[in-house]
Design a protein around this ligand. Structure first.
Ligand code: SOE
Length: 383
């Protein structure tokens, strides 16, 4: 592998997503035979001291305290955006205009208008771009799509998707950026609802074309955050308003005629990261729960569901890792993501999910918000 061309990566942000992306860039070349070898060239963050500490821990060669400097650098060909949604559009557009390839965390942006600008920039630029809906790269989710493509489910009738977490159940949990509309765009809806919309569209190959929704904010005021790391935080004695939804529920129609229900909440006490999807077709059904991510349940109709242990070498991505039965984790989904992105950059293929796919999800989120705000029965997704 020593004759592989090196490609420089610059990453913006080093919190939870930055850490998991770093792990992916660091390990991908050791497990996948790739045409390009990523070099973890530069990490950008606002505080010099904290960014230097993160770079040393995570394996980045250099630091910048302004992402604009990172985007200008000749030793950076890929810009990886791991910041809150309020800066995605500005960084992505600048990076694309500077001729870089861009991998951007989800949801693509905080608004449809920002996402549209990103799609326009991507279409006009030579660089490749991709939005980081990592759950597409869970082997069991990729296998589910394969089953649908092979026709094993027949005609899809139902999609039942849930993303259940509980990390803000405590009313004293601080007002972190994910609970602020100006930073995150939306609450559970954007952060985790976007994942299940993408997964439903990815597995079925059908788009959500209309929705009827309701959203709720259970805890409207919380302590301001003093420090936060990952999904943990400490608070101060001052409080502030929660400006996003805590939970979003919606039903919808898919372009191929299926009907779907979606539930995204951070108030499902006891559920940590239960990203679940069940699909029922005319001949068969599939069920997946991320809390048991190495399993996919399949029913061919009679006899209920059977468990498929998705750890065989011919299952998507699995052959690169461990012997059957040894299982993969959350971090592997990101390794698969950067693997597919590097492959696309090297071969000139268009990586997926594209920024246009990210915009499509953004339009669904906007329709959900509109339906919930208006209390309307059914809201078409704008095209
Ligand atoms: C928090 O809800 C979060 O970290 C999301 O932002 C991620 O996208 C998801 O993978 C895990 O939960």
């Amino acid at each position: 592998m020593s004759d592989r061309t090196t490609i420089g990566v610059g990453m913006v942000g080093y919190a939870f997503m930055g850490r998991v992306h770093s792990q992916a860039w660091r390990s991908v070349g050791a497990f996948f035979d790739l045409p390009l070898a990523p070099r973890m060239a530069v990490l950008a963050g606002r505080s010099k001291e904290r960014t230097e500490t993160a770079a040393a821990q995570l394996g980045w060669d250099a630091v910048e305290t302004d992402w604009r400097e990172l985007v200008k650098r000749d030793d950076v060909q890929i810009v990886d955006i791991c910041t809150p949604g309020d800066s995605h559009a500005e960084i992505a557009v600048a990076a694309l205009e500077a001729g870089k390839h861009v991998l951007c965390e989800k949801p693509l942006a905080n608004t449809v208008a920002e996402a549209e600008a990103m799609v326009r920039a991507a279409a006009a630029a030579p660089g490749k771009s991709m939005v980081a809906f990592n759950y597409r790269r869970v082997p069991a989710v990729a296998l589910a799509r394969r089953y649908v493509e092979e026709g094993r489910l027949g005609e899809i009738r139902h999609v039942r998707a849930q993303y259940l977490q509980d990390w803000i159940v405590d009313p004293e949990f601080p007002l972190v950026w994910r609970l602020q509309k100006d930073k995150a765009g939306a609450g559970a809806l954007g952060d985790i609802g976007s994942h299940i919309v993408d997964a439903a569209q990815f597995i079925t190959g059908q788009n959500v074309v209309g929705v009827s929704a309701l959203t709720e904010t259970f805890i409207k005021e919380r302590p301001l955050a003093a420090e936060s790391a990952g999904l943990g935080a400490t608070g101060t004695s001052a409080t502030g308003q929660v400006t996003v939804d805590d939970a979003a529920l919606f039903i919808g129609r898919l372009s191929g005629g299926a009907v779907a229900s979606f539930e995204a909440t951070r108030f499902a006490t006891g559920r940590k990261n239960a990203m679940r999807i069940e699909i029922n077709g005319s001949h068969g059904s599939l069920a997946f729960d991320f809390e048991a991510m190495n399993e996919l349940w399949f029913s061919a109709g009679g006899g209920g569901f059977e468990r498929i242990l998705v750890t065989e070498p011919d299952h998507p991505y699995v052959g690169a890792w461990w012997p059957p039965g040894h299982g993969l984790g959350y971090e592997h989904t990101f390794t698969h993501e950067v693997r597919d992105f590097l492959e696309a950059v090297a071969t000139g293929a268009d990586p997926t999910p594209s920024f246009a796919d990210g915009l499509r999800v953004q339009r669904v989120l906007a329709a959900v918000e509109q339906s919930a705000a208006e209390g309307s029965r059914y809201t078409n997704v704008e095209d």
